[in-house]
Structure formats: structure tokens, C-alpha cells
Design a protein around this ligand. Structure first.
Ligand code: FAD
Ligand code: DLZ
Length: 518
């Protein structure tokens, strides 16, 4: 063989049609895959996330080998492993003396900075290709955003519908409306249950990884007892199949519902597979659109699902690259309180928060409304420092990579970007949680009690938040009515709300250091 081309494939690039593999000849290519400690510990990822990524990487390497590629795979416990991407690329250069390096752009800013150093560090050409598994390239999003005062998702989403032709009838949206969200806010029915999603018994390769993760990352958050994530594209496809036939019909209607102990309801559980590259996002949407055309799923469900993927997912990624690196430091509301300990231990009598943390610990997953309106909302109205909340979200979810976690947390949940993403903060009192869930019925606190002993803490915290940010929000037309309500309350009641919130905030025990970062 002449001097080969070195093609590093990162842990979230597990796609057989990856741009860096397309057009390459197997004889002239060395694929490099690296399990590295730096990636596993820059935050202390949930154990399930580590098992998912390492096991999916090992399965993918095996698939590539079966297909005839030369794969140089560095296992985490290889005694020579240097522990970092750059260290492993350097060692691979010594082994293979490649003519050049060809890699798909990384998902995260942090890794992009590393790759930017490679041409000088290794004195080789480094060809960085756009990640065309996303439908909207980074530069296309920047073009879309340029000169717009308002970067709301809805306008972007309509452009993506036109561009993909998904749920379009000529130039018009299917059914005459772009968005059926109003039909997607039903409260849960009593004892509502969803069909169970497929789960996968760990095979030998996954069992070896489980052992390694238990051994090497014993102090990381989370339990491995219920590890069930798909680790191959075939397994991921069976989750997609089951979702389309069994859950999609109810996905829309109950999209915002929460039921204690029912961890994913009618959600798809596809984010881990899509983010790793095991599933193609467009194919997921096409399958849903086909179900609607065949009369197997209603339009409100299918439109809602398609919007999450070609709308929210692409938009969030665009907003990440548009706002980095500043987004990581953003703190528009000057929130400075430490993250409470219960985010890690789940030890709180607030039933909604305890259940969301339990699901997070057991599954490395919580669904969107649990993330936004319970865990995120609490952090917002309690004024928790964004960087601590971001670290928590990056650690605990199996689908978390900074490109998708950070805009969702900083901009959507915490309004830390000063409203570039969300026109108003997603702040809510206990009423919202009570309407959308069955949490409050058996909670130790009373959601109908507004303040004082035994009251649901979301109630006083909501008013405390609104009151302390009055200057910023009272002229926002989407919130001003809230201040009219506040002003109509008598002074004693307002005082009781504020005192109750402050007593609660003072009682919060901060998390000890060391859960998120070593
Ligand atoms: P479904 O509800 O079935 O949705 C279908 C798909 O749409 C998802 O698989 C996902 O690919 C996509 N999607 C939906 N909403 C979003 C969104 N807001 N941003 C990006 N993609 C979206 N998603 C992640 O993939 N990684 C994260 O780290 C992450 N962190 C989040 C943090 C917060 C505070 C919030 C509010 C949301 C976060 N999300 C994140 C988005 C969303 O909660 C998850 O994608 C979803 O819960 C995954 O479960 P699912 O596959 O069952 O999703
Ligand atoms: C998240 C992660 C982890 C925990 N470990 C690895 C790894 O050992 N090797 C690897 O190639 N990728 C890993 N990843 C995913 C990377 O962090 C991800 O590819 C980058 O953040 C770029 O988005």
C-alpha cells in the first residue's frame, strides 16, 4: 500500500455513510477509533452513557472490519493509550505514517479546537469535512440567522419543511397548518401506560464494557442495572420501528404529559441513536410522514415529531455554533446559587423532582418536559448558576453532547442567552406541573397551598423569580399580564410569597464538588 490516509472516526460519528469514508478506497485507508480517558472524564459522564458510547464504538468498528475496512481501534485499557484524541492521532501517525488526515468536523467546540491544532502539531494536511448527517450546515444556519432580529425556531422550521418537502402539499403545509402544538398539550389520563420500548440484553461485547466502566469509572453518577440502549444501527432501527407503530399515534397528544414511574411515555427514545449516528434523522421523519400518509398516525403527532427533529434539533445545533464560545459563559439573569445536592441524590420530598432524578439515574434519560419544566424550571426560578446546571445536564443524559445540551439548558431552560432562543423564560409554578402530571396528588407538599409551611415550593419560587426580574420582563408583552396579577395581590400576600421562597432557598443544601468534574 502507498502511504495511507488516516480517517479518525469519533465516538458520535458511527455512521456507515460518514462523509470521511465516502469516496475512499479501503486499501488506502486506515480508520482510527480511540477510546480515550479525556473524553470520558472532562465531565464525569453517567455510567450508562460511557457504556453506550464505548459499546457502540466497538460494535461499529467490528461492522467496518466485516465490511473490509482496516480499523485501528484503541481500547481504553490499552496500556499504551495516551488518554487523548491528539495523543492517539500522534501515535497513529507514528504507526502508519499517513499522507494526510481526513476527519468529519466534531460536534463540539472543545474538540474542534483540538483538531485545529493538528496541522501544525503533526505537520500533515488535515481535511475537515462538514458533518452532512445534519440537514442544515453550520454556514447555512449562519446565513439564515444573519440580519434577522428574531431567530425564533418556528421560522427556521418552516424553511426546513419547504427544503425537505416533509409534510408539504405543494407549497402549503399538510393539513393547512405548520404547527399543531395546541393539540399536543393534553394532561395524562389516570393510570396512563405506554407500550414498552424495545430493550436489548447486553451481549458479550457490552458486558465487557460494563465491567470496564464499573471498574474504571466507579465514582461516576448513575446506575448500570437497567442498561438497555441500542448499540448497533440494527437495534436502533428496531426502536424506530416500534416507535412508529406503537407510540407515534399518541406521541403528539401526550407530548407534554408526565406520569410518575412511567419514564418515557409515548416518546421515541431515539435521541441516543440519532446523536451517535446509528440512525439517520431524515429517515426517522420520513418513516413518521409515511405513517401519516398510510393513515396509521394522526397529523398532530407526526408534525410534532418531525418538528422536533428537522426543527428543534437542527435549530439547536445551529444556535450552538452561532453562539459559541460565549454561550458557555452566558448568565443573563446573573444566577449565582449553587446546584442543590438533590440533583445528584434524588433526596427531596418534592415528588416531581425526586421522580425525574430517579429516572435520570436509572435510565440516563428523562423526557423533554421533565427536563424543561421540572428540572430546568426549578433551576431557573431558584436562580442556580447556569454553568453548574449545564455540567449536570451534560453528565447525566446518555444523549448529551455539548452541541445539543448547552443551547437547551443555557438558552431554552435558563434564559441565560438573554432570549435569543426563547421569547420568554419557561418559568412555571406548581399549577403547570399539576396540570401536566400526576405528581402532585401524592406529593408531601400541597400544590394548592401557595406559600408557607407545606406549600409546593414551585409556587413561591415562581413569584420570587418574577419579582426579582421585574425590570427585565415587565415590558415583555408575553409576560406583562403576570405583573398585573402580582400587583393586584395585597402587600401581605406578596410578602408571604417572597418570605416563603427565601426560607426555602436558604434551606437548600448545595451539592458537594466532585460529582460533575474531578
Ligand atoms: P422525543 O420526544 O421522542 O423527540 C424526538 C426527537 O426529537 C429526539 O430523539 C431528538 O432527536 C429530537 N429533539 C426533540 N427536542 C429536541 C431539542 N430540544 N433539541 C434537540 N433535539 C430535540 N436532547 C439531546 O439529544 N441531548 C441533550 O443533551 C438534551 N438536553 C436537553 C436539556 C434540556 C434542559 C432540555 C429542555 C432538552 C434537552 N434535550 C436534549 C432535548 C430533548 O429533551 C431530548 O432530545 C429528548 O428528551 C430525547 O428523548 P426522545 O428521543 O424520546 O425524544
Ligand atoms: C462522549 C465520548 C466519550 C465519553 N468517550 C469517547 C471516546 O473515548 N472516544 C471518542 O471517539 N468519542 C468519545 N465520546 C464522544 C466525543 O466526546 C465526541 O465525539 C466529541 O465530543 C465530538 O462531538
Amino acid at each position: 500500500m502507498t502511504r495511507p490516509i488516516l480517517v479518525p472516526i469519533l465516538g458520535d460519528q458511527l455512521t456507515r455513510t460518514l462523509a470521511s469514508l465516502r469516496g475512499m478506497t479501503k486499501a488506502d485507508t486506515v480508520v482510527l477509533m480511540m477510546e480515550v480517558r479525556e473524553e470520558a472524564t472532562y465531565v464525569k459522564h453517567h455510567k450508562q452513557k460511557l457504556v453506550l458510547i464505548f459499546s457502540a464504538m466497538r460494535h461499529f468498528a467490528e461492522e467496518l472490519r466485516q465490511a473490509g475496512w482496516h480499523v485501528d481501534y484503541i481500547a481504553l485499557d490499552d496500556p499504551e493509550n495516551s488518554g487523548s484524541f491528539s495523543g492517539e492521532v500522534e501515535r497513529a501517525i507514528q504507526r502508519h505514517d499517513p499522507e494526510r488526515i481526513r476527519i468529519v468536523e466534531s460536534g463540539e467546540w472543545r474538540v474542534r479546537e483540538m483538531i485545529d491544532d493538528w496541522p501544525d502539531a503533526f505537520d500533515r494536511d488535515v481535511e475537515v469535512l462538514a458533518d452532512d448527517r445534519f440537514l442544515c450546515a453550520i454556514h447555512e444556519f449562519a446565513d439564515w440567522a444573519e440580519d434577522r432580529d428574531n431567530l425564533r425556531m418556528e421560522a427556521f422550521y418552516r424553511d426546513m419543511r419547504r427544503r425537505t418537502g416533509l409534510l408539504m402539499e405543494g407549497d402549503e403545509p399538510a393539513g393547512g397548518q405548520w404547527n399543531y402544538d395546541k393539540q399536543n398539550r393534553a394532561s395524562p389520563d389516570d393510570d396512563m401506560r405506554a407500550p414498552p420500548a424495545p430493550s436489548f440484553k447486553p451481549d458479550t461485547m457490552t458486558c465487557e464494557v460494563i465491567e470496564m466502566v464499573e471498574r474504571e469509572f466507579a465514582d461516576h453518577f448513575g446506575s448500570l442495572d437497567r442498561f438497555r440502549w441500542p448499540v448497533t444501527s440494527d437495534q436502533a432501527k428496531s426502536v424506530l420501528d416500534a416507535f412508529i407503530t406503537e407510540r407515534l399515534p399518541d406521541f403528539g397528544t401526550y407530548q407534554d404529559a408526565m406520569v410518575c414511574g412511567e419514564d418515557d411515555l409515548f416518546h421515541s427514545l431515539l435521541s441516543t441513536s440519532i446523536n451517535l449516528g446509528l440512525l439517520d434523522p431524515l429517515e426517522c421523519c420520513e418513516r413518521a410522514a409515511e405513517a401519516w400518509r398510510e393513515g396509521d398516525a394522526p397529523l398532530n403527532a407526526v408534525e410534532g415529531f418531525v418538528r422536533q427533529i428537522i426543527g428543534w434539533r437542527e435549530y439547536i445545533r445551529g444556535m450552538y455554533w452561532l453562539q459559541m464560545p460565549d454561550l458557555r459563559e452566558a448568565n443573563a439573569l446573573k444566577a449565582e446559587r449553587a446546584l442543590p445536592e438533590f440533583y445528584w441524590t434524588g433526596e427531596t420530598d418534592m415528588r416531581c423532582l425526586a421522580d425525574c432524578v430517579r429516572s435520570t439515574r436509572d435510565n440516563a434519560h428523562a423526557h423533554h418536559i421533565q427536563r424543561l419544566m421540572v428540572l430546568g424550571n426549578f433551576a431557573l426560578i431558584a436562580g442556580i448558576r447556569p454553568q453548574e446546571v449545564e455540567d449536570w445536564f451534560l453528565v447525566v443524559y446518555a444523549d448529551a453532547y455539548e452541541w445539543v445540551e448547552l443551547p437547551n439548558v443555557a438558552a431554552m431552560a435558563l434564559w441565560a442567552d438573554e432570549g435569543k432562543l426563547a421569547s420568554k423564560p419557561y418559568a412555571a409554578s406548581g399549577n403547570y406541573i399539576n396540570k401536566m402530571s400526576d405528581y402532585c396528588g401524592q406529593c408531601a407538599y400541597s400544590v394548592s397551598k401557595k406559600h408557607g409551611e407545606g406549600a409546593c415550593s414551585f409556587n413561591p419560587l415562581y413569584w420570587h423569580f418574577m419579582d426579582r426580574h421585574r425590570e427585565r420582563f415587565e415590558n415583555n408583552p408575553r409576560i406583562s399580564r403576570v405583573y398585573a396579577t402580582w400587583d393586584r395581590m395585597d402587600a401581605d400576600k406578596r410578602k408571604a410569597y417572597l418570605e416563603s421562597a427565601e426560607a426555602f432557598l436558604d434551606s437548600l443544601k448545595p451539592a458537594e464538588n466532585g460529582w460533575a468534574r474531578a
